[in-house]
Design a protein around this ligand. Sequence first.
Ligand code: PLP
Length: 418
Amino acid sequence: MPLDLYAARALDAADPLSRFRDEFLLPTDADGAPHAYFAGHSLGPQPRAARAWVLEALDDWARHGVDGHFAGKHPWLPYHELLTDSTARLVGALPREVVVMNTLTVNLHLMLATFYRPRGRRTLILVESGAFPSDCHAVASQAQWHGLDPARTVVALAPRPGEAHLRDDDVVDKIGELGDQLALVLFGNCNYLTGQAFDMPSIVQAGHAAGAAVGFDLAHGAGNLDCRLHDSGADFAVWCNYKYLNAGPGGLGGVFVHERHHRADVPRLAGWWGHDKASRFQMRPEFLPIAGAEGWQLSNPPILQMASVRASMALFDAAGIGALRERGDRLTGALVEWIDALPVGRFRMLTPREPARRGSMVTLHIPDRAGDVAEQLQGMGVVVDLRRPDIVRMTPAPLYTSFQDVARAGRGLHEALT
Ligand SMILES: *Cc1c(COP(=O)(O)O)cnc(C)c1O
C-alpha cells in the first residue's frame, strides 16, 4: 500500500525540514488552501522573504539614488557578492569559482566563447540527444558562428534502441570514440525531460582524456542534486535560479568556472563588470579580468532580480543541500511507490528507478491521456507540468513539498488513471 494521508501526516510531523514549507507562498485554491505544487522544476514558488528583499532595494533606490551603489543596508556595487558563498556551497564550488549573472542561455554562450575553441580536426561538440532546445540552439549557432556546419559538428548521443536512458558507459565510450575530433562535451547533469542524472566525474575524466573541454547545464541540477562541481573537475557549468532555486520568473543565472581557468589570458567576451574591482572606475580601455568567475561578468547587475535570489539562497543555506537531497529521495521514492501501484499498460515512467540516477523529478509518458490526467490533477489542487502531447512531469521539491502533498498526488494519479 503506497503512502496514505495518515502515514504522510506522521512523516511530515517527524521531519525537521518540514518547517521550510511555511517559508513559501504557494498558489492556493479559491478557499486559500495551498495547492500541492509539483511544478518547481519549471518555476519555483515565491519565498516569503523575497518581497522584503526586493522592497529594500526599491527603498534604497528611492532614498539614495545613485549613492545606493555605496550607501544603504546592502550597497549595490558589491551586491552580487552577497550570493557568492551560498551559491558556492549549493553547487560544491570554491567561492571564486561561481558568480550569479545574466540568464542561462546568455551564460552558456559566454562559456562557449571561452571553452569552445575548434581547431583543425578538433571541432565536434557532444551533447545528449533530447537536450533542451535552447542548449541545442546555442551549440549549433556557435558551430555556425565558427564557420562550421552544425549538422556535422554537433553529435547528439541517444539511448540504445528501446531504452529510455543513456548508459553512463555508453557516454564514456562515445567520448573515447570521438577522441581527437572532440572539442567540447556539454551535458545536462540532470536531463530536463527524463530526469536522468548523469555521472559528472566520469564524463569529465573521459572528456579530458580525449583532450576536450567539458561543461554542464545544471538547469535541473542546481538545488536538486548535490553537484560537487569543483571535485567533478568540470571546466564550466551554467544554470538558472528560477526552477529549483525559486528566484522568480526570468531570475538570474549562475556560472561556474573551474579555478584552473582563472588566468587573465583565457579568451572571453569581456565587459567592464568583469574588470579588476580596484581599477574598474579608472575607466581605462585596457581589460584586466578579475581572477575568478566574476571575471566573466559583463554588466552591472539587475539588483531587483538579485534581491529575490538572496531570499531563496538563504533557505538553501539554512536547510543544506545534503539534507534536502536525502529528503528529496524519500519524497520521490514515495511518489514512485504510488506510480508502481498504477494499472500497467497506460503509461511509462521515463525517469530512472535508481535514486542515484535521478533527482526529485518524475516523468510519466501517458499516451493519449496526459492532458486529461494533468487537468484532473489540477482540479484536485495538484499542480503538475504538462508537455504536450503526452508527457507529465512532477517534482516533489524537498524545500516545500510535504509527504501529504505526495499522498494527495498519488491518490490523484490513481483516480485519473484507473
Ligand atoms: C530551463 C532551461 C533553459 C532555459 O534557458 P533560459 O535562458 O533561462 O531561458 C535552458 N536549458 C535547460 C537545460 C533548461 O532546463
